[in-house]
Design a protein around this ligand. Structure first.
Ligand code: SF4
Length: 502
């Protein structure tokens, strides 16, 4: 059977240019894993990289028309606005090309399947959760023989038009899955993405990682040997030397998780590669980090999230400020400056929370590097369906969902916090759109840029502190005053960056 898998074009507006939650990083291999599974069942599978190859819907339509697939799979990613371009495109495809079935998969469809099936009649079914097994079964039914609603993990309309689905179980043996297919477009990225585990044993209220997997064990790891076999295959095929583990949590829980990480490190050491990982601060231990660095660990993202224990508790982070600081110390001791996840503004934040956060960042040298400073001083909590925070705020009647039920806006309890968050967001958005080319690696950093970054860095930290201090004294700048302030800082940023070609 001919199967086409589509990574559709993504539209990211200026206001959202640096928001990271349109889909988790670990989703980047969902299409590759689906293709691997379908190929292993003997199907002819092609992947269209609409996003990475910057294809228009016109060009994608031509490719589909040429390929004439029996089944079209769409890895659907949330767009942050009511964007019907994809739905209109799929409706046209269904009308004009004899595709027997269109199915959507991914994090967003898993949570919003009802909404998607109601809004887009061209989509026949939605895979809920991990895509490999439902895809394999669905492909064996196309053209339809038995109702798709009987496939675990698939939501579809029944004969009466009602939407039905059966829950699937998470894949128990990750080593049993075929390796993901990697396209030419993926090979142009600076690092090869690899998924060594799925899910996370944490339960942070703002996180939607585990919503993809449903009930069952929350963290599942591949064996170190299976991971290394995939890395060896990639090294042989592409002579690649840089890898990034897209696992939401590289470390499994407890002692076993550390032992597994040590085993991975011992196997990686012989490969002479560099790699990055993401993890929780309570899993950062001296011995394991030392071994991983020895094996090529160069980048790590750790979720600090806050500098106040009360906020960490509110987010159910199950970590403490002391653990945050200890993790920073261990990583720096081994020469790794971490990238950090940090939520400066929560819906329930008080000015006191924000002040403690700011002092934590300053005390821990996290306001010295412009890309980090810009991120930690503006991040607000994004509230997506499938998270505990979403359910909680909706129950409290504090969630506004004007554009899509998938994302809600909860107004800040404290208007002073809202004013600071808004000011920082406006200013940093200007910076992110100026720097997008350089920070994404598409544009070379010109000589002398570092000096200008340092100036902007000081400017951002001063803007934050001055505005916070004024708010603490009870001053409440009016809209016009904020606009003037923002424009002033934006002018200075533009001036500092003016010799950098964009
Ligand atoms: S530790 Fe990270 S991946 Fe795990 S639940 Fe929390 S935010 Fe999600």
């Amino acid at each position: 059977m001919k199967i086409l898998l589509l990574e559709h074009p993504r539209s990211i507006t200026r206001e959202r240019c640096n928001d990271i939650a349109n889909t988790p990083l670990s989703s980047c291999l969902l299409t590759g894993y689906s293709a691997g599974m379908l190929q292993s069942k003997g199907h002819d599978v092609e992947i269209i990289e609409g996003y990475l190859d910057k294809l228009s819907y016109e060009e994608i339509g031509d490719s589909i028309s040429t390929a004439k697939p029996d089944l079209l799979g769409v890895h659907m990613v949330y767009h942050w606005k009511e964007d019907h371009a994809l739905f209109d495109f799929l409706a046209r495809i269904k009308r004009e090309i004899p595709v027997s079935a269109i199915t959507a998969y991914g994090f967003y469809p898993t949570v919003a399947f009802k909404n998607i099936l109601e809004q887009c009649r061209a989509i026949d079914s939605v895979i809920i959760g991990e895509p490999e097994m439902p895809f394999a079964e669905l492909a064996s039914l196309v053209p339809p023989g038995r109702p798709a609603t009987l496939i675990p993990g698939l939501a579809a309309r029944d004969g009466s038009g009602s939407i039905r689905h059966l829950q699937q179980k998470p894949v128990e043996d990750l080593d049993g899955l075929p390796f993901p297919v990697r396209t030419e477009a993926l090979s142009r990225l600076s690092e090869v993405n690899i998924l060594g585990s799925r899910g996370c044993y944490g339960k942070c209220t703002f996180c939607y990682i585990n919503s993809l997997y449903g009930p069952g064990p929350s963290w599942r790891g591949r064996s170190p040997e299976n991971i290394i076999a995939e890395i060896d295959a990639v090294i042989t095929e592409r002579a690649a030397g840089d890898f990034y583990f897209t696992d939401p949590n590289f470390f499994g829980p407890g002692r076993k998780g550390q032992e597994r990480a040590l085993r991975i490190a011992s196997l990686l050491k012989k490969r002479n590669i560099r790699f990055g990982i993401e993890g929780r601060v309570n899993d950062i231990h001296d011995k394991t980090i030392g071994a991983l660095v020895d094996a090529g660990l160069r980048h790590i993202l750790i979720g600090l999230e806050s500098g106040r224990d009360a906020s960490l508790k509110r987010m159910n982070k199950m970590t403490s400020v002391a653990q945050n600081e200890k993790a920073l110390g261990i990583l720096r001791k081994h020469g790794v400056e971490p990238n950090v996840g940090f939520i400066m503004f929560e819906p329930d934040s008080s000015l006191a929370d924000v002040r403690v956060n700011f002092e934590f960042l300053r005390r821990n040298d996290l306001l010295r590097n412009l890309p980090v400073t810009a991120n930690v001083l503006y991040h607000h909590q994004i509230i997506l369906e499938g998270t505990e925070a979403y359910d909680h705020l909706r129950k409290e009647g504090r969630l506004d969902t004007p554009a899509s039920s998938y994302e809600g806006t909860a107004y800040f309890k404290d208007p002073a916090v809202a004013a600071l968050a808004d000011t920082m967001r406006q200013v940093t958005n200007t910076l992110f759109s100026h720097m997008e080319g350089i920070w994404s690696g598409r544009v070379m950093e010109p000589p002398g840029a570092r000096g200008r970054y340092a100036r902007i860095n000081r400017l951002l930290a001063a803007l934050f502190e001055d505005t916070l201090s004024a708010l603490e004294k009870g001053e409440r700048p009016g809209k016009e005053e904020v606009e003037t302030l923002v424009q002033g800082v934006e002018r200075e940023i533009a001036c500092a960056l003016k010799t950098i070609p964009m």
